[in-house]
Design a protein around this ligand. Structure first.
Ligand code: PLP
Length: 389
């Protein structure tokens, strides 16, 4: 995007549509072309026009990387084939003997990657309650190089204070990585709060339509960028040009989608909080949520994910999960259709038996863009059938 000759920095929605997305120089097309070529003609040996081979760099991917880096207020951005590939590239910054602090309710795949892949290569880890600064401080060791933050967390919707953790980590010489998948840069910009690296599953809100798997790393730290950029090419977990296009397309409507989804999530949370079959609702927008004040400070709105436990325990949870009509029983989140899932048996099965094990009476909702009254009616009918204890 041109600098506009002294205009103020564009707002989020403007950047989401225009950052890195000038009309195509050759044709004027307003939609970035999907560049399928795997290789690029060179004008002389080693003399090229910015692209040589599509794993190393692809114009559609560069457009996506420029756009998402702008939204995360980052100097560098790297797109990956999935959120896990993005996380893996960041974790490979660590060396054998290093230590990482992870949330005690991290996304199950993150826990699996740390505990069952990187631990085998000599990376030690400590799960900690990131909502408690004392617990975070106690988890630190002399070898701690990274603190991994997820806020709001998956599936408990706990809120960690990014600025406070960054201050603590930096004092100890460690970097802070924030998985910003649940919040998106529209609701929360971790680099601005002091974090060093942001990772995303672009499969979720950034893509927004349940039709693309992708990941992203954003950072302002040149050392991290050098390593992640090297790994992107060296290990090759890159997204296809078409996948990059789908995420670019999704991002353009992120702000309006999330405005509506957050409003609906708040209405659903309030409905569930009053329901006799429901034991406890976790949604940071509710004033009694322990992280409400921090969320209010560091987020624009409270997101569209929520979870709740049922008085009838796991049988009731399984029953409700299988009884909704509009909420689809499925993994994933962040798209236009509302989803319901049972974390203990679905997304978080990989943490069963660990310190991160999830309450089996818990259900997680991803609130989509359907009419909110329909969503509430759907839950109301499903909850009526749930066995009470
Ligand atoms: N981070 C969070 C918070 C997630 O919920 C997920 C997937 O559910 C991931 C990372 C992994 O992303 P992907 O499925 O795109 O590999």
């Amino acid at each position: 995007m041109s600098d506009g000759g002294g205009r103020p920095r564009p707002g989020f929605e403007t950047l989401a549509i225009h950052a890195g997305q000038e009309p195509d120089g050759a044709t004027g097309a307003v939609v970035p072309p999907i560049h399928l070529a795997t290789t690029y003609a060179q004008d002389g040996v080693g003399v090229h026009r910015g692209f040589e081979y599509s794993r190393s760099g692809n114009p559609t991917r560069t457009t996506l990387e420029t756009a998402l880096a702008a939204l995360e207020l980052a100097s560098f951005g790297f797109a990956f084939a999935s959120g896990m590939a993005a996380e893996d590239a960041v974790l490979r910054f660590l060396r054998p003997g290093d230590h990482i602090v992870i949330p005690n309710d991290a996304y199950g795949g993150t826990y699996r990657l740390v505990a069952r892949v990187h631990a085998d290569y000599g990376i030690a880890f400590t799960p900690a309650d990131l909502t408690d600064p004392t617990a975070v401080a106690e988890a630190f060791r002399a070898e701690t190089r990274l603190v991994w933050v997820e806020t709001p967390s998956n599936p408990m919707l706990r809120i960690a204070d990014i600025a406070a953790i960054a201050e603590l980590a930096h004092r100890q010489g460690a970097r802070v990585v924030v998985d910003n998948t649940f919040a998106t840069p529209y609701l929360q910009q971790p680099l601005d709060l002091g974090a060093d690296v942001v990772v995303h599953s672009t499969t979720k809100y950034l893509g927004g339509h349940s039709d693309v798997v992708g990941g992203f790393v954003a950072t302002g730290d040149g050392e991290v960028a050098d390593r992640v950029g090297f790994l992107q090419n060296a290990t090759g977990a890159v997204p296809s040009p078409f996948d990059c296009y789908l995420v670019l397309r999704g991002v353009k409507t992120l702000a309006v989608r999330l405005d509506r989804q957050c409003a609906s999530a708040m209405a659903v949370a309030r409905f569930l909080a009053e329901h006799p079959a429901v034991n406890h609702v976790s949604y940071p927008g509710i004033e009694t949520h322990p992280g409400h004040d921090v969320a209010k400070r560091q987020m624009r709105d409270y997101g569209a994910m929520l979870s709740f436990t049922l008085r009838g325990g796991e049988p009731a949870a399984l029953d409700v999960a299988a009884s909704t009509g509009i909420f689809t029983l499925a993994e994933s989140l962040g798209a236009v259709e509302s989803l319901i899932e049972h974390p203990a048996r679905m997304t978080h099965l990989s943490v069963a038996g660990s310190a991160l094990e999830v309450d089996p009476s818990l259900l997680r909702l991803s609130i989509g863009l359907e009419t909110v009254e329909d969503l509430i009616a759907d839950l109301s009918i499903a909850l009526e059938r749930a066995p009470a204890r």
